[in-house]
Design a protein around this ligand. Structure first.
Ligand SMILES: Nc1ncnc2c1ncn2[C@@H]1O[C@H](COP(=O)(O)OP(=O)(O)OP(=O)(O)O)[C@@H](O)[C@H]1O
Ligand SMILES: O=c1ccn([C@@H]2O[C@H](COP(=O)(O)O)[C@@H](O)[C@H]2O)c(=O)[nH]1
Length: 318
């Protein structure tokens, strides 16, 4: 019977057979299945240069996932001389985001071609539109999302030293990419965070927290009350960063810490939060325990230490 089917398939035109097989694979994917196995997807998100690619290589080595970097797939598309190549190249050089249908088609093809049941997708979804279109076209929900949190200064330093001949590793494009990350990609992380899907490692490094913009943004996913307060040391971008956010009113007391690093502001912050203030803090030490801030992977640490955090997450998952 099976032999008969194979023989009849040989009589069909090849494009039709290819179309049929692709459709089957697509149906499988839509049911989270590929080749009879449930497909696991993990999104790896973080700013440009936060170390996503570096850690994905470690994950592949230790946990047998296939690594799909959306950026790499787009770069391969440019190099293949495809009709979309020039458009993609221009978008990447401007640090903007390529239309969802292009990226998702490339991801979909790579998943089908990969034939594995475990994928880490690095650098995608990049904006809310990416996320929504992915959900409707490839209806696989990620098992979880890894978020690498890193200061903008550190990301910029790393990208300028990466030296892999990438057209977007220049200061002008890097600045644009960082802006796009805060404006378009962080909302995706916030969305997954609100669903409890962002894998976390408690960030408890000390008083100085590097990534003010990210962290503030993470807090602001919560509906803002009238009164807000920002703790941070001076010259860490409190005012400039806050201008990006619709803070109705805030009180900044960070200057006190710069010179003293005293414990009293911690109690102050707690007392204020208990009495209805919403405390935004750029100091890990000041966080009231229930405050969800700083729960990302601290990607400013050396790569092997970052991987220890990642490993713990993957080990628990297995
Ligand atoms: N923890 C780390 N400490 C110092 N340097 C790092 C660390 N992790 C990665 N790097 C270096 O920083 C540069 C950027 O890392 P990587 O390419 O992994 O970042 P990425 O998040 O994938 O960036 P992009 O989104 O631009 O592709 C690389 O040169 C890498 O070797
Ligand atoms: O989903 C995606 C992923 C990437 N891009 C564009 O590619 C560059 C480089 O991406 P990396 O992840 O840093 O390799 C990125 O700045 C975007 O321009 C995209 O549009 N959509």
């Amino acid at each position: 019977m099976r032999g008969g089917l194979v023989a009849s398939a040989r009589l069909l035109p090849r494009p039709l057979v290819r179309w049929f097989l692709q459709r089957r694979a697509q149906q499988d994917i839509n049911e989270n299945m590929l080749g009879g196995k449930k497909v696991k997807i993990i999104f790896v998100l973080g700013g440009p240069g936060s170390g996503k690619g570096t850690q994905c290589s470690n994950i592949v080595e230790h946990f047998g996932f296939i690594h799909l970097s959306a950026g790499e797939l787009l770069r391969a598309e440019i190099n293949s001389g495809s009709e979309n190549g020039t458009m993609i190249d221009t978008i990447i050089t401007e640090g903007k985001i390529v239309p969802s249908e292009i990226t998702i088609k490339l991801l979909q093809e790579a998943i089908i071609k990969g034939g594995n049941d475990k994928y880490i997708i690095d650098g995608f979804p990049r904006n809310e539109e990416n996320r929504v279109v992915f959900e409707s076209v490839i209806s696989i929900s990620p098992e979880f999302v890894l978020f690498f949190d890193c200061s903008e200064e550190e990301m910029e330093r790393r990208l300028l030293g990466r030296n892999q001949g990438r057209s977007d590793d220049n200061i002008e494009t890097i600045r644009k990419r960082l802006k796009v990350f805060v404006e378009s990609s962080l909302p995706v992380i916030e969305y997954y965070e609100s669903k409890g899907m962002v894998k976390k490692k408690v960030y408890n490094k000390g008083p100085e927290t590097p990534h003010i913009a990210t962290n503030l943004r993470c807090m602001i996913r919560v509906p803002l009350p009238q009164r807000n307060m920002i703790f941070s040391s001076a010259n860490r971008g409190r005012l400039s960063k806050c201008k990006n956010f619709v803070l109705k009113w805030y009180l900044s007391v960070g200057d006190y810490f710069d010179h003293h690093h005293q414990i009293w502001p911690y109690f102050c912050a707690r007392a204020l939060s208990v009495s209805g203030w919403y405390v935004l803090s750029t100091h890990a030490l000041l966080l009231p325990p229930a405050n969800p801030l700083f729960d990302q992977i601290d990607a400013t640490k050396p790569a092997p230490e970052v991987f220890e955090d990642v490993k713990a997450i993957f080990t628990h998952m297995a």
